[in-house]
Design a protein around this ligand. Structure first.
Ligand code: AMP
Length: 144
C-alpha cells in the first residue's frame, strides 16, 4: 500500500500547516476542516499507518501531547468548555488519512458535534462473554 499521505509532507515542511506544538517525535497542528473551531490534530512524525503499527511509547507521547493541547485549548482564546479525543483506526472507523492522528476537539454547548450511536444495555452474560474473549486475546497479544 502507498505509504504517502499529506501528513508526511506536513512533517517534512513541504505542505503548509498551522502548527501548535512540535518536538522530535510528535507534531500538532490545526485541522484544515475543523469540526469545531480550534480542532487540533496530534500526529507521530514517523509515517505510522495504524494503531497496530504504533509503538506504545510513541502512543503514550501522542496522548500526553493531546492532554497538553486540551489544557491549552481551555486556556487559549478558543471557545472551549470541554474536549473530545477521537482517533479513527481503519476505513470502517472513519479513517481517511492513513497516518495515525489524534483529534483534539474543543467543545461548547450546542456546537453540533456528537456520536450518533444508540447504546443499549445488553444482558450481563453477554458482557461477561465478550470480556472473557477480549481477555484471552489480550493475554495472547501481551503475554505476562
Ligand atoms: P480522519 O477522518 O480521522 O482520517 O481525519 C483526517 C483529518 O485530517 C480530517 O479532519 C481532515 O480535515 C484533516 N486533514 C486532511 N488534510 C489536512 C491538511 N492538509 N492539514 C490539516 N488537516 C488535514
Amino acid at each position: 500500500m502507498d505509504p504517502y499521505t499529506i501528513f508526511a509532507d506536513i512533517v517534512a515542511g513541504r505542505a503548509a500547516a498551522s502548527k501548535v506544538y512540535e518536538d522530535a517525535d510528535v507534531l500538532a497542528f490545526m485541522d484544515i476542516r475543523p469540526v469545531t473551531s480550534g480542532h487540533v490534530l496530534v500526529i507521530p512524525k514517523s509515517p505510522v499507518r495504524s494503531l497496530s503499527e504504533l509503538d506504545p511509547e510513541l502512543g503514550g507521547k501522542l496522548f500526553r501531547v493531546g492532554q497538553q493541547v486540551a489544557a491549552a485549548l481551555r486556556a487559549s482564546e478558543v471557545n472551549c468548555d470541554g474536549v473530545n479525543f477521537f482517533l479513527a483506526d481503519g476505513v470502517t472507523a472513519g479513517q481517511e488519512v492513513f497516518h495515525v492522528h489524534l483529534h483534539v476537539i474543543p467543545r461548547t454547548p450546542g456546537d453540533g458535534f456528537g456520536l450518533r450511536a444508540r447504546p443499549r444495555t445488553p444482558p450481563r452474560a453477554d458482557l461477561d462473554y465478550l470480556a472473557a474473549s477480549i481477555r484471552g486475546a489480550l493475554r495472547r497479544a501481551v503475554p505476562e
